[in-house]
Design a protein around this ligand. Structure first.
Ligand code: TMP
Length: 202
């Protein structure tokens, strides 16, 4: 039996990641894969409470970073690791790459602090595959424009998201073998064709 895979979905707000995640998860399930879909921040009862605070309550950038990793620690121990150990695949809507992009790139938290937290919280666990939905920020912003209520991150300006985008790309260049960078401004059908190829390959 193949080892259960840990797959993460990443990208700036408005890249369409969540819609594609649903399609991707269904495609894997149709192939008989036992699969758990989860998200960050969140994925556990405590993590969901931290998500509520993180998305709505103003705080210092390092407090935000620490809470993201606190929620992640719980998520890894309570959900991700147990699932992988029993042979269930895990797809997480965001993981540590989001902290490097949003807290590191967007907020300017020092890289070495993020690396220490990553090492502490899940030093021996990295995703097998990360799908990074990359999109020009103007297009992502237009997609968000129809949302009635925006959270604390979605309310940020274009310059913030440009830094987030660049930090995601830099992170993908550091370990390119783990990443599939998908040009998310393409039509839904075009993106699905790419996803279909990825599903077949894994
Ligand atoms: P979502 O809207 O994709 O569910 O993500 C919630 C927000 O949380 C999103 O704007 C990105 C942000 N976020 C971080 O800033 N750092 C992190 O480590 C994670 C997981 C999410």
């Amino acid at each position: 039996m193949n080892k259960a895979k840990f797959i993460t979905f990443e990208g700036v707000d408005g890249a369409g990641k969540s819609t594609h995640l649903e399609w991707f998860a269904n495609a894997l399930r149709q192939r008989g894969i036992d699969l758990l879909v989860t998200r960050e921040p969140g994925g556990t009862p405590l993590g969901e409470r931290l998500r509520e605070i993180l998305l709505n309550h103003p705080m210092h950038a390092e407090t935000e970073t620490l809470l993201m990793f606190a929620a992640r620690r719980e998520h890894v121990e309570q959900v991700i690791r147990p699932a992988l150990q029993r042979g269930t695949w895990v797809i997480s809507d965001r993981f540590s790459d989001a902290s490097f992009a949003y807290q590191g790139g967007g907020r300017g938290v020092a890289l070495d602090k993020l690396e220490q937290l990553e090492q502490w919280v899940h030093g021996d666990l990295q995703p097998d595959l990360t799908l990074l939905f990359d999109i020009p920020i103007e297009v992502a912003r237009q997609r968000l424009a129809n949302n009635i209520s925006l959270d604390r991150f979605e309310q940020e300006q274009g310059a913030f998201f440009e830094k987030v985008r660049q930090a995601y790309l830099a992170r993908s260049q550091k370990t390119p073998a783990r990443f599939a960078v998908i040009h998310a401004e393409k039509t839904r059908d075009e993106v699905q064709k790419i996803l279909e190829k990825i599903v077949s390959s894994i």
